[in-house]
Design a protein around this ligand. Structure first.
Ligand SMILES: NC(=O)c1ccc[n+]([C@@H]2O[C@H](COP(=O)([O-])OP(=O)(O)OC[C@H]3O[C@@H](n4cnc5c(N)ncnc54)[C@H](O)[C@@H]3O)[C@@H](O)[C@H]2O)c1
Length: 460
């Protein structure tokens, strides 16, 4: 049976649901039925559904995919991964990749059909085949960081809205290109910093914004540490069957294959990510930025601090195992990012007290006094936008065409602090940053680190 496609003439409100033509990719499984019946999505007629594709079916897809499947007005129509399916991810019990993800989607919808059958989710190895589909409205980019900018820019050019995982970018230049693409093509981008959709984080930020801790003096981004990976003498491994390593590398330099380079642990190699500074640090720093109301700017000075630990020579991993840098905003507020186990969080200190959010205590804001902790924010005070579910907020934005809770500019500024801190830790000197022009002042070496050369045909 051929695919049922929504027609161009169907009124779609604000949602761009063009269904001109279905481009069947060679890798796609074509079977019926392919549109989720209305018994599954309730009152949401097919014309109001948002067709979503998941690009990157690894560790974090275990959260992002079920979260999207739970949304009644979304249908996951495609999944994509360069890995057909394997273990080797964050935990030994995880078997992930495009085929397991495809099965998860089909099983989810099948459970809700009367026949108990559903095979409408297609699996792809090349994300460009996903972007070529006219019936895909939005993509979830859950790829290693070195792919975020390219995949986002290409998705915007193809007219898709984007949920892009944090850290939004790999470099300052990447983030700038992402902003340009989103705005030029009129797309929605939600950065996958889901703590903005957490009520405790929102309350902490509102306490700060409404002066409950007095004048803000210092903000601390508390992040995790990491290991050194395989030690000296680690050996190149054969690329597993069903894994397109060249496509995994994409714009990054050629490098010998090792499973610890790729699945999940890519975040500890500088070519693909920024270590814990951009991993848990993207969350913690994002909370700081929201609390301080600095979404369109950043600090003006960065400096490495004592206690930074790098992997010893010869190890596979190259990002800091323990991190520590400080920065300063133009208004004098100090920013500190440091490794402090057991987990990440953000703390804001002012002249009259402090507030803190910790991932180990998601139930309540911690504060220096009960008066601060229990303080009521009045109706005429500052209230931040409310999102109770990051995926729901993304879909609502697709419909309203209004920015989501963490638009591309905010994602860029948060990621920028992480990248600039990493550069200061590497160069081991104080750096002056111009957040308007987005350049270091009088430092050619540091400015060279704001972008990276892309390999082969991959350019933005
Ligand atoms: N928001 C959060 O709390 C959170 C948590 C974990 C990870 N993340 C983010 O999610 C992203 C992915 O991290 P992860 O832990 O899932 O990594 P992962 O390695 O487990 O998964 C990434 C997947 O992408 C695939 N892939 C790589 N290049 C590809 C390409 N060109 N086309 C298609 N597939 C490709 C890999 O094969 C892998 O299966 C990272 O940016 C990470 O920071 C966010």
């Amino acid at each position: 049976m051929s695919k049922q496609l929504n027609s161009d003439t169907t009124p779609t409100g604000n949602v761009r649901l063009s269904r001109r033509k279905f481009v069947a990719a060679a890798t796609a499984v074509v079977a019926a039925p392919t549109i989720v019946p209305s018994s599954v999505v309730g009152a949401n007629a097919p014309s109001n559904r948002i067709n979503v594709a998941l690009i990157g079916c690894g560790n974090q897809s275990r959260v992002d995919l079920p979260s999207m499947l739970r949304q009644p007005d979304a249908q996951v129509v495609a999944v994509c991964d360069v890995n057909k399916g394997s273990d080797g991810y964050a935990r030994p019990e995880h078997f992930l990749g495009r085929e397991p993800a495809q099965k998860k989607v089909n099983d989810h919808y099948a459970e809700k059909t009367r026949s108990g059958q559903f095979k409408g989710c297609d699996a792809y190895a090349d994300f460009r085949d996903v972007l070529a589909r006219d019936d895909v409205d939005a993509v979830m980019i859950v790829l290693p960081d070195h792919w975020h900018a390219l995949a986002t820019v290409k998705a915007c050019e193809a007219g898709k809205d984007v949920y892009c995982q944090k850290p939004m970018s790999l470099t300052i230049h990447d983030g700038q290109q992402m902003i340009k693409a989103v705005r030029k093509h009129g797309r929605i981008l939600q950065t996958g910093s889901q703590y903005r959709s957490n009520a405790v984080v929102r309350r902490m930020c509102e306490l700060v914004r409404n002066g409950r801790i007095g004048e803000v003096k210092r903000a601390i981004s508390i992040i995790n540490g990491s290991g050194a990976g395989p030690g000296p003498g680690w050996k190149e491994q054969p690329v597993p069957e069903g894994f397109d390593y060249d496509m995994w590398l994409g714009p990054a330099p050629e490098a010998p294959y090792h499973i610890y380079r790729c699945l999940y642990r890519f975040r500890f190699l500088q070519e693909y990510s920024g270590g814990q500074v951009t991993n848990t640090g993207a969350h913690a720093t994002d909370i700081v930025q929201w609390a301080l109301g600095k979404d369109h700017t950043g600090p003006v000075e960065f400096e490495h601090q004592p206690g930074i630990v790098w992997p010893p020579d010869g190890h596979l991993f190259t990002t800091a195992m323990k991190s520590h840098f400080r920065a300063r905003y133009a208004d004098g507020v100090e920013f500190v990012c440091r490794t402090q186990e057991p987990g990440f969080g953000a703390r804001i200190e002012g002249t009259e007290g402090w507030v803190q959010f910790s991932v180990n205590n998601m139930k309540e804001v911690e504060a220096s006094s009960d008066a601060i902790k229990n303080s009521v924010i009045g109706a005429d005070e500052i209230h931040l936008p409310v999102s109770t579910n990051h995926y729901r907020n993304f879909l609502d934005s697709i419909k309203s065409r209004k920015d989501p809770i963490e638009p591309v500019e905010a994602g860029h500024r948060t990621a920028s602090i992480c990248h600039l801190g990493n550069i200061a830790m590497r160069l081991e000197r104080k750096l002056q940053w111009d957040p308007e022009q987005e350049v270091f002042v009088n430092d050619a070496d540091a400015n060279q680190m704001l972008r990276r050369p892309y390999r082969g045909p991959w350019q933005i």
